[in-house]
Structures are given as structure tokens and as C-alpha cells.
Design a protein around this ligand. Structure first.
Ligand code: HAM
Length: 433
């Protein structure tokens, strides 16, 4: 055992070095801009919540196997948030009467789940949450589906991932009417189906056996999963099917949306609170097989807090799969040179002038620049190397001549061009390369 502390972060978490932050900031800024075009407003809540908040509706898999929880010094049982939806529902319920409806909210919280780290799944991730509460459920469902593809388009990945849609009321109808399962068994069967891709065929079959699903019922499940939308319409006439028909009628009228949306009876969603339309978004690349977005309609979440019950619909989209997506399709821009100017110092006695130049550049009225100064006086060649490593676009060179003329020599590090500029003329220089 080494005496030194490890430099590796805790398993399943990531360190974000500045180069990683460039990617994250670009993704999050793009998401924010995209969602705000639909009039959504950002909110946030605490990282810690009471354990009960998740025990109520989040679902067995997360609560029993993935939740990070502890008791605090006051003996309260708390959990690190594994998802944002319960916090959002709690916040909406707390102001249910005052908040103007419909409520269009989004957030990008970081979340914790004790998972087996693998491609697309970690123990800490950031998750864009978009939720729409109130209004006509059909129009709200449609807007949320529209947003999934709008976001992908704004990231530059239009058509690279599909929105696969199903409906919980249809699934419930199938389990109760076609399979004649009682509600608890139906829930267990839906969990097995949801986990199928993750656990493989053998474990899936064992799971079904354990629940008590017969061969005949298992065959019916297969038929249901392989059914086309036309077959579903005729064989499973129910409220859920009606909702899907109406939703797809709207989607089909939008030629920018319909090629990227599809009915998929295999979509189950692992969380317990969904009651109506549900969906997941899947990247078309076989390298990225985990879902990118997951969401749906929940009728009874806000009502859990004893306030006015208000139905909502929304989704979560994780940053891990999003980053894989952006890398696979080369969507990240070249962040290039991120510092505008590096101001050099070759003589101790030039310090005051160096600071004057830097402040001027940082406060240019037309273009406030990102400016770093040398912290030790050294030879010019060395400073030039430092500026290059810091990815500066320009180096501001200061010498006796510049101080005397009240100017600065600006060297463009990309072209190597150098010009002397009077301090009062700095405003006119174009620093954008
Ligand atoms: P979820 O399906 O559990 O839904 O997660 C949504 C998305 O978050 C996933 O599709 C995935 O991109 C990402 N994600 C989940 N777990 C992990 C993980 N361990 N590592 C990396 N990424 C992960 C929810 O959480 C719902 N609360 C979403 C929602 C909002 N429903 C309605 N409103």
C-alpha cells in the first residue's frame, strides 16, 4: 500500500479538467438555448432530499439498489438525488396555486445512482430535465416529443437518434386484459421487459418464470412486442391506444418530426410514476446502445403532496450518453484558442504598465476580452511559449519602447504578424480570429 493518497476520483464519477468543461459548457449552453426557445424557465433544488421522497414513487430498482442514502446528525434519513422529478413535483406542489399554468420548467442537476459503471452509465451524471405541467395533455405530450428532436437538431445531430413512443395505459391494458395479470404481477413483468436488453435473454426468461408467467403468456408478450401500430389499433382498443393515435396524428402532420418518431411497444420505462405516454430516445449508432432520453406523462406525482393534483409530462437526458453522441457524430466545435490575450512581462519594472494594458483589454467597451498576465518576469521567448500553451490568440508585448510611446505590440500567434497599437486605439483591433 502506498502512503500517498490516490489521485483517481471515486469509481463512476469524473473529474472535469478545463478541456472537459469546454465540452460540458458547450453542451449545456446549447441545451439551454434550445429549450428556452419554447419558453421554458430554469429551476434548481437541493442535492439532498428526504429518503421518503424517492421511496414513494421512484421505483424499486433505484430505491433498493442504487440510492445513496445516510442519516444525518439529527437522525434524519436523507438521500442524494438519483433523479430530479420528485424534487420538481415537490416544488410545484409547494406553490401549486400561485404558479401560472402551464408550467414550463427545465433544470440540469447532477444526480447519483449506485450503478455498475459502463459506457453510457456512471454513478454521477448530469441530466437535463424538461417538464411541462398543466394544459391539454395531448398538446403537452406533443410539445415534449417535439423538444426531443429540436434539441438533437440544435446540437447538429438531426436524424441521428429516434424517439420511440409507447403508452403506459396501453401496457396496463395489455397486461390486465390480454394476459389477465393482477396489478403487482403486471408491474413485475414490465420491469423484466424493461431490463431485458440489459440482462440478456436467459435471465429475462428466468425472471418471467419467477413471476409465474406461463409459456402461453410469454408468447403473447412476444406477439405484443412485435406488433405493428396497425395491429395494436385493432387488437388492443383502449384509452392508451386512442392517445397514441391522436399523438401520432399530430406528429405525422409535422414533416420535420415524423421521420424521427416511431411507435415501439417495447418501451416500458423503469420508473413507477408514469401513467400515459412514455418514450425513450435512442442513438442510431450501434456503439451507443443506452437510451439518451427517457420520459413520459405522470398524472399523480404532484398530488402526492396533498395539494392540487396536476398532471405533467417530461423527460431526462443524461450528459454521458449525450457526450458519446456528440463524439460519435463529431458535433463538438473546435474550441481553438480560448484565451484572447496574454500580456508579457520581461522586466520587473514593467509591472504597472502590464496591469494597465491588461485592464484596458478586459474592459474594452466593444469586446471585453479574456486576458491573462505573466506572473513572473522572464525572457520573451519563454513567455511566448507559455502564451502558446495557454492557447492565447494574441501576445501583448511590453518593452521600454512601448511604454514610452504608450502603446503595445500585439503578436497574432496564429499568423505570427505583429503590429504596434496605441492604447487608445486598442478598441479598434479585431481580436476574433
Ligand atoms: P431515467 O430514464 O432514469 O429517467 O433517466 C433519464 C436519462 O438519464 C437516461 O435516458 C440517461 O440518458 C440518463 N441516465 C440515467 N441514469 C444514468 C446513469 N447512471 N449514468 C448516466 N446517465 C444516466 C428519469 O430520471 C426521469 N426522472 C426523467 C423524467 C423527467 N421523467 C419525467 N420528467
Amino acid at each position: 500500500m502506498s502512503d500517498f493518497l490516490p489521485t483517481k476520483p471515486y469509481k463512476g464519477t469524473r473529474d472535469f479538467y478545463p478541456e472537459d468543461m469546454h465540452l460540458q459548457k458547450w453542451m449545456f449552453n446549447t441545451l439551454r438555448q434550445s429549450i428556452e426557445t419554447f419558453g421554458y424557465e430554469e429551476y434548481d433544488g437541493p442535492m439532498l432530499e428526504s429518503f421518503e421522497l424517492y421511496a414513494a414513487k421512484t421505483g424499486e430498482e433505484i430505491v433498493e439498489n442504487q440510492l445513496y442514502w445516510f442519516t444525518d446528525r439529527g437522525d434524519r434519513k436523507l438521500a442524494l438525488r438519483p433523479e430530479m422529478t420528485p424534487t420538481m413535483a415537490r416544488m410545484v406542489a409547494a406553490r401549486a396555486n400561485e404558479l401560472p399554468k402551464p408550467i414550463r420548467w427545465y433544470s440540469i442537476p447532477n444526480l447519483w445512482r449506485y450503478e455498475r459503471p459502463q459506457r453510457g452509465r456512471l454513478r454521477e451524471h448530469w441530466q437535463l430535465n424538461v417538464d411541462l405541467l398543466g394544459g391539454d395533455p395531448l398538446l403537452a405530450d406533443y410539445e415534449i416529443i417535439q423538444l426531443t428532436q429540436k434539441i438533437l437538431k440544435d446540437l447538429g445531430g438531426q436524424g441521428k437518434a429516434k424517439t420511440l413512443i409507447n403508452n403506459r395505459r396501453l401496457i396496463n391494458y395489455f397486461f390486465s386484459e390480454a394476459l389477465t395479470l393482477d396489478a403487482p404481477t403486471a408491474l413485475k413483468a414490465s420491469k423484466a421487459v424493461d431490463a431485458r436488453a440489459k440482462i440478456g435473454e436467459e435471465k429475462y426468461q428466468i425472471w418471467l418464470d419467477e413471476i409465474g408467467i406461463t409459456q402461453n403468456q410469454s408468447q403473447k408478450i412476444e406477439n405484443f412486442f412485435n406488433a405493428t401500430f396497425e395491429e395494436i389499433k385493432s387488437e388492443y382498443p383502449c384509452e392508451g391506444t386512442q392517445e397514441l393515435i391522436q399523438l401520432f396524428a399530430l406528429i405525422e402532420n409535422n414533416e420535420n418530426l415524423s421521420p424521427f418518431c416511431q411507435f415501439d411497444p417495447k418501451i416500458m420505462r423503469g420508473l413507477d410514476y408514469y401513467t400515459g405516454m412514455i418514450f425513450e430516445v435512442y442513438d442510431q449508432s450501434p456503439d451507443n446502445n443506452r437510451s439518451m432520453f427517457g420520459g413520459g406523462r405522470y398524472d399523480n406525482l404532484v398530488g402526492l403532496f396533498g395539494k392540487e393534483s396536476i398532471s405533467g409530462v417530461g423527460f431526462g437526458m443524461g450528459d454521458v450518453t449525450l457526450k458519446n453522441f456528440c463524439e460519435t457524430y463529431k458535433l463538438f466545435p473546435d474550441f481553438g484558442r480560448t484565451l484572447d490575450v496574454y500580456v508579457t512581462l520581461t522586466e520587473e519594472s514593467h509591472k504597472t504598465y502590464m496591469h494597465k494594458v491588461a485592464d484596458l483589454l478586459r474592459n474594452l467597451p466593444s469586446q471585453p476580452l479574456k486576458v491573462a498576465t505573466a506572473l513572473t518576469a522572464s525572457k520573451f521567448g519563454q513567455q511566448l511559449k507559455t502564451a502558446d500553451k495557454l492557447k492565447a490568440k494574441f501576445v501583448a508585448i511590453i518593452g521600454e519602447d512601448e511604454i514610452q510611446k504608450q502603446c503595445v505590440s500585439l503578436k497574432n500567434l496564429l499568423t505570427g504578424d505583429q503590429t504596434q497599437v496605441k492604447l487608445e486605439d486598442l478598441e479598434k483591433v479585431n481580436f476574433n480570429l
